[in-house]
Write a protein that binds this ligand. Structure first.
Ligand SMILES: Nc1ncnc2c1ncn2[C@@H]1O[C@H](COP(=O)(O)OP(=O)(O)OP(=O)(O)O)[C@@H](O)[C@H]1O
Ligand SMILES: [Mg+2]
Length: 365
């Protein structure tokens, strides 16, 4: 079977929705969704769509709806290996498959979402060292944007899903981190030069962060509308979380930021008592913690290695169900946040302005 084609059953399972086979067949016949190719399976000719058709199909049958305003997420916590990149990949691909124009920004100089998205994976198989170096050097990133050598649009690359793009991490992010430090308004460079302009073109921007709180992370926090933070269900992270939360609150207060928080329990092992207890503690004590969790699973790991989301890789598994549920919960939070009217700093909401005018009139009248 061609793994890159999607039959009716697989589509139904990926989106985990109430779509029926008949509904899809009728929608195809009436032109509401793209025409499928026919896969010859011997006795039957089965319908199969390419991944490029999925956004249009899920627009009608998926479980994620468009947000009320362009939204930027930073996926960050100060602990390594807790599934930040895995969540970036899964949220990005599922959103893009739901026809939500999405751009991922790789901000981790080490392992990051660029590799998870499948970029440069065949580098080792390229003919020789020289061509590999040439290819690497031709990859432009945020440092080139910073230096004014390229436009932002030049570093946004496409993926196999038409609604998903990304800005790759490049080794020069280290230099960028240093250069930003020497700028005026050094916390705002990413927001003003990269993320806000991306929000003109994309509905969702996801920043995959490193676990080290450097200048780029400070910029990512300033630029985001919501911080998505994994909470590993392990004892070391339990301690890490408490310190992280204090830092975060201080940082938010100092810079007068108003991003929202969503915390997601990850690497949960239901058979381990300690893991279960830690998860219960998070649920009871961490405001912004979702009810769902991402469990420790080989399927989850394999999906990353295949550069796809868990629902695409093993649509019919517990891991896929949990990932869909976690993403839906995050999405509902984003929906709620995007309904809140955010007012640019320095501008008072009309109602407040009106009220103060009233007060002025009363006191002077
Ligand atoms: N459900 C899962 N269970 C266990 N391992 C997983 C699961 N999903 C992904 N993994 C693997 O766990 C490893 C760490 O995950 P990931 O890279 O997402 O963490 P991270 O928080 O981004 O790490 P870093 O701080 O190094 O950037 C990866 O090799 C990934 O493939
Ligand atoms: Mg990572």
């Amino acid at each position: 079977m061609d793994e890159t084609r999607f039959g009716i059953q697989k589509i139904i399972k990926i989106f985990g929705s109430d779509i029926s086979r008949n509904a899809l067949v009728k929608a195809e016949a009436s032109g509401n969704i793209p025409l499928a190719s026919r896969r010859d399976t011997g006795t039957l000719k089965r319908r199969a769509w390419g991944i490029e058709n999925l956004p249009q199909i899920s627009e009608q049958y998926g479980f994620l709806k468009h947000l009320n305003r362009p939204t930027a997420l930073s996926i960050f916590t100060t602990k390594g290996g807790v599934l930040k990149t895995t969540l970036s990949l899964n949220i990005a691909r599922m959103a893009a498959l739901h026809n939500i124009r999405t751009c991922v920004v790789g901000l981790d100089m080490q392992s990051d979402v660029t590799t998870a998205l499948g970029f440069n994976t065949d580098l080792e198989e390229s003919e020789d060292l020289q061509s590999a170096i040439t290819r690497l050097n031709s990859t432009r990133g945020l440092l080139n944007v910073f230096k004014g050598e390229v436009e932002l649009a030049d570093v946004v690359l496409p993926t196999d899903i038409p609604t998903l793009s990304f800005i790759p991490k490049t080794p020069e992010l280290v230099a960028l981190d240093q250069l930003i430090s020497n700028k005026n308004r050094r916390e705002y460079w990413l927001k003003e030069t990269v993320i806000d302009p991306l929000k003109q073109q994309f509905e969702l921007v996801i920043m995959d962060c490193s676990p080290n709180w450097n200048r780029l992370i400070t910029n990512a926090l300033v630029a985001c509308d919501t911080l998505v933070s994994p909470l590993e269900c392990k004892i070391n992270n339990f301690r890490n979380y408490q310190a992280f939360r204090v830092f975060l609150e201080e940082f938010r207060k100092e810079l007068k930021l108003d991003f929202d928080f969503v915390f997601i329990p990850t690497r949960f092992t239901s058979t381990r008592k300690l893991s279960a207890e830690i998860r219960s503690w998070y649920l009871a004590h961490v405001s912004g913690c979702i009810n769902g969790s991402i469990r420790e699973s080989v399927h989850g790991e394999e999906a990353v290695a295949q550069h796809v989301s868990v629902p695409e890789y093993v649509p019919n598994s517990l891991a896929a169900d949990e990932m869909r549920e976690a993403i839906l919960e995050i999405w509902n939070r984003l929906m709620d946040s995007s309904k809140k009217q955010k007012v640019p700093k320095g501008i008072r909401p009309t109602s407040q302005l009106e009220r103060s005018k009233e007060t002025f009139t009363l006191t002077n009248g």
